[in-house]
Design a binder for this molecule. Structure first.
Ligand SMILES: Cc1ncc(COP(=O)(O)O)c(C=O)c1O
Length: 439
């Protein structure tokens, strides 16, 4: 997290070590009691279980909950559209013309960027293509894009099709870092060695910041340094990282990144995505890019009859193609406000203990032979734990819903559980472990 973006505050969870966690009802109650962020749960709509009480919601890594305030903001836009028509572009409560600016400070906060380095636009996969267009610059023998085994399929499709569309051969130009035989997690030394070994053949590193399947959080700073040391660009898919782990994209010198906002950022289904372009690139007007009118200098954007030379805004906003989708952005304003109110550092301090507590509960209560695949070290994970169930995994998973637990399953045998510090409690964590044990 960039110091410019947040001043550290004392957290009641500071100094609580994994060994101190007591996976019992009394232990959960004690931690919920000291939780200074617990009031944020009431700022979200919590789905209900079959008995009408609050569900145990563990899928904020898939679709974050609706902030209560989101409805009022969406309704305001609908009212302004109804009452003002086209005048809403300039006269709405939040004028639509510069609407993307409403998300600038919030994005900069959650990914550790300068305000001019972030922009809300499009969807995640579309942004990956746009950013690869700018930053993947194959030339001579330098042609390789480095990905990881276990990357999200959309990233693989995007990278392969991108390489092919630009005349490359994905078979040769896409290199994937494997996990070692019998291991689930990538080793940082393998990533760094591969970068070093590829050397002048490496054009671009494009990895997931937090892996969707295992929950592993990579050392993005070390990977970026290694990529730069061999003259390559470093970019990341932050779908599972944004709003989950502290990130300092500016300070780490990352070249580009993209993320979706429907997971930890609670922007709503299909909400608009984010993109980061480091200042040193964002201010360069000569970067190759696919352009559209919303990336043009706003002062000349509407002088269509006079000028048709593209004049990029000297910020990440130059990558915008189209005018902002107001209704897809509105709920995100509510959610990013909550992140600013709570603070990423305070959320992370709680998250480490919350997930550590879930880990402790699962260790006690999982069927024998089951393992938590996610790294045990809190530095190498966000809030998600991926649990490989040894015995009747699907059956156990299917039995969670009738108990009011909403989790997800990755075949053949992994249950993913993501306790989110904005709205999950320590009691939730104990509850899911107890249900798994009872089954
Ligand atoms: C890691 C990762 N990358 C890419 C995507 C695709 O996102 P979108 O449909 O917004 O392009 C997802 C969606 O869940 C994801 O988790």
């Amino acid at each position: 997290m960039s110091d410019a973006n947040e001043t550290p505050v004392a957290s009641p969870f500071e100094g609580i070590a994994a060994a101190d966690l007591d996976p019992t009802a009394a232990g959960a109650a004690r931690l919920d009691e000291i939780d200074s962020l617990s009031h944020f749960r009431a700022r979200f709509h919590m789905p209900k279980g079959p008995d009408g009480s609050d569900a145990g919601y563990f899928v904020g890594n898939s679709l974050g909950l609706q902030p209560v305030e989101a409805r009022a903001i969406v309704e305001q836009e609908l009212d302004d559209w109804a009452g003002l028509g086209v005048e809403g572009h300039f006269e709405a409560t939040r004028p639509w013309y510069p609407y993307h600016e409403n998300l600038r400070a919030g994005f900069a906060h959650v990914v550790g960027a300068l305000p001019g380095e972030v922009v809300a636009m499009n969807s995640l996969t579309a942004n990956l293509h746009l950013l690869l267009m700018s930053f993947h610059r194959p030339e001579g023998d330098r042609r390789v894009i480095l990905m990881e085994d276990g990357a999200f399929p959309s990233d693989t499709y995007a990278v392969h099709s991108h390489v092919a569309a630009r005349g490359g051969d994905p078979e040769h130009d896409v290199v994937r870092i494997p996990t070692r035989p019998g291991e689930d997690l990538l080793r940082i030394e393998d990533i760094l060695d591969t970068i070093d070994r590829l050397g002048e053949r490496l054009a671009t590193v494009m990895l997931g910041g937090v892996n969707f399947r295992t929950g592993q959080f990579l050392d993005l700073s070390a990977i970026t340094d290694a990529a730069h040391a061999v003259g390559a660009m470093a970019g990341f898919d932050l779908a599972h990282a944004a709003g989950n782990v502290p990130i300092a994209l500016h300070d780490w010198n990352v070249d580009f990144a993209a993320w979706c906002t429907y997971k930890y950022l609670n922007g709503g289904p299909g909400a608009v995505a984010g993109a980061f372009i480091h200042e040193r690139h964002a201010t360069n007007p000569d970067i190759p890019r696919f352009a559209g009118w919303w990336g043009n200098d706003p002062d000349t954007r509407f002088r269509m009859h006079l000028e048709d030379t593209f004049v990029p805004v000297p910020t990440a906003e130059a990558w915008q193609l189209s005018n902002p989708p107001i209704l897809a952005m509105a709920p995100l304003i509510a959610s990013l406000d909550l992140f600013q109110e709570a603070g990423m550092l305070a959320l992370r301090a709680k998250s480490r203990v919350l997930t550590g507590f879930l880990h402790a509960c699962l260790r006690e209560m999982l069927p024998e032979g089951s393992v938590v695949v996610t790294p045990g070290n809190a530095e190498e994970r966000g809030c998600q734990l991926s649990v490989r169930i040894a015995d009747r995994a699907r059956e156990r998973f299917d039995a969670l819903a009738p108990h009011g637990i909403i989790a997800d399953f990755r075949p053949p045998d992994v249950i993913r559980l993501a306790p989110v510090p904005l709205y999950n409690t320590f009691a939730d964590c104990l509850r899911v472990a107890e249900v798994l044990r009872a089954l």
